[in-house]
Design a protein around this ligand. Structure first.
Ligand SMILES: Cc1cc2nc3c(=O)[nH]c(=O)nc-3n(C[C@H](O)[C@H](O)[C@H](O)COP(=O)(O)O)c2cc1C
Length: 391
């Protein structure tokens, strides 16, 4: 794939990584991802905004060189220091002896630590600082913790293009523009759940900052470019504010069927009451899908057997992840079972300590679910449905 002209003097010079299947050694990538880098060429100077994942340096160079020889670029803007965007910085700085790296104060520390960029080649920018490329002005907007401490956005003033790096991103290699990807908002929601949800407070602040800006195009560092930014801005407005729906996420693990039966019983009861329910077997669940559903679920149900004196390891992992991702869910229900001494629910409660949701109730079956367990599940379904509907 060649470079793509987005606007006069603004080019996509990124890379599509169709075959990547896992990110952060954790998150599945069903459609791969893209590492979007952008080249902005003014009348006098040029700037490369972010770079690409290690291993794709040559591809980046080829695309940039279609427009400007790599060694003549004046600035490399590092919106974020993570290697999927900044990994090609050493390659560029070595081949181009004059380029200066533009980043935040914290970004400077990380550029030195990760990429050995010397002090004299770094320009530190603060909120609102601008760099004039000649008819193209780059304005920098500090946006810390989206999703590392050093992050910033770059705004191209004349063309009203926002380069927000990971913010508004989506892990898919599919499509150049948002309108070419029918499921783009779902991909963006999945990405938000995995990457931005733990920082929803900072994300909210960033959205406030963006309110004063006219934005015609959003060019993130993963996934398609929004030439119709309204839809993603509206979706983010809802996600950063933790707006949930009448929706319950049910995740279970079961070795011999007890927890599966109880989780499904509760799910069926909720569905019959008109609640939107998503059910995941943790053995095969795509963690990215789970994260996506955590973004707008109002309640979470976790079901797990007792194993070796604690909860099943997959449930421990899921509970840890749920707590770390800090979803906006208000309520939880815990289901468990045991052969001789129930511990799974206590273990999950211990992990979830400090999480923001109220545990509405628990059901712990001895070996197999019995009549009293199903009775308890029916009562919990009534309560959960009422709470989720806000009654
Ligand atoms: C590998 C293994 C370890 C277990 N460890 C415990 C335990 O430490 N304490 C306990 O009370 N039951 C233990 N059990 C029994 C299960 O918790 C019990 O059979 C439970 O009902 C299984 O739920 P499930 O049908 O959803 O898999 C263990 C069972 C297995 C297979």
């Amino acid at each position: 794939m060649k470079s793509v002209k987005l606007l006069d003097g603004v080019y996509w010079v990124g890379v599509k990584d169709w075959s990547r299947r896992i990110f952060d050694s954790l998150i599945p990538l069903p459609e791969g991802t893209s590492y979007n880098a952008y080249l902005v060429v003014g009348n006098e100077k040029s700037a490369l905004i972010d770079t690409v994942n290690p291993g794709f340096e040559r591809e980046l160079e080829e695309k940039v060189s279609e427009i400007v020889p790599l060694k003549e670029i004046d600035y490399v803007v590092m919106n974020h220091a993570e290697p999927d965007h900044a990994g090609a910085i050493p390659y560029i700085m070595e081949r181009n002896k004059k380029a200066l790296l533009i980043t935040t104060e914290k970004g400077k520390e990380l550029a030195k630590a990760y990429y050995n960029v010397p002090d004299e080649r770094i320009i530190v920018v603060k909120d609102g600082d601008e760099v004039d490329l000649g008819g193209k002005t780059l304005r920098f907007i500090e946006a810390p913790w989206l999703h590392w401490p050093e992050t910033m956005f770059t705004y191209l003033v004349e063309d009203k293009v926002l380069f927000p790096c990971d913010f508004f991103g989506a892990h898919t290699a599919h499509g150049l523009y948002d309108d070419e990807v029918p499921s783009i908002i779902e991909y963006a929601q999945r990405y938000f759940g995995e990457i931005m949800m733990p920082f929803a407070g900072m994300a909210k602040r960033a959205m406030e900052k963006l309110k004063g800006l006219e934005i015609k195009m959003i060019a993130p560092s993963h996934g398609p470019i929004y030439r119709n930014p309204e839809r993603i801005l509206k979706a983010y407005e809802s996600w950063v504010n933790g707006e949930t729906r009448e929706k319950v996420l049910v995740a279970y693990v079961s070795m011999w069927g007890s927890n599966r039966e109880m989780a499904k019983e509760l799910a069926d009861l909720l569905v019959a009451k008109g609640i939107d329910v998503k059910v995941y077997d943790l053995v095969s669940a795509d963690i990215g899908e789970l994260a996506k559903d955590l973004v707008d679920s109002r309640a979470i149900v976790l079901a797990a057997p007792t194993v070796l004196g604690s909860a099943h390891p997959l449930a421990v992992y899921a509970a840890y992840l749920v707590k770390a991702l800090r979803p906006p869910a208000k309520y939880a229900v815990l289901i468990g079972s045991h052969g001789w001494h129930g511990r799974s629910i206590d273990a999950i409660l211990e992990i979830l300590k400090g999480a923001n949701f109220e545990v509405l109730g628990t059901v712990d079956a001895h070996a197999r679910p019995k009549e009293e367990d199903y009775k308890a599940l029916h009562s919990l379904a009534d309560l959960l449905a009422k709470k989720v509907r806000g009654e």
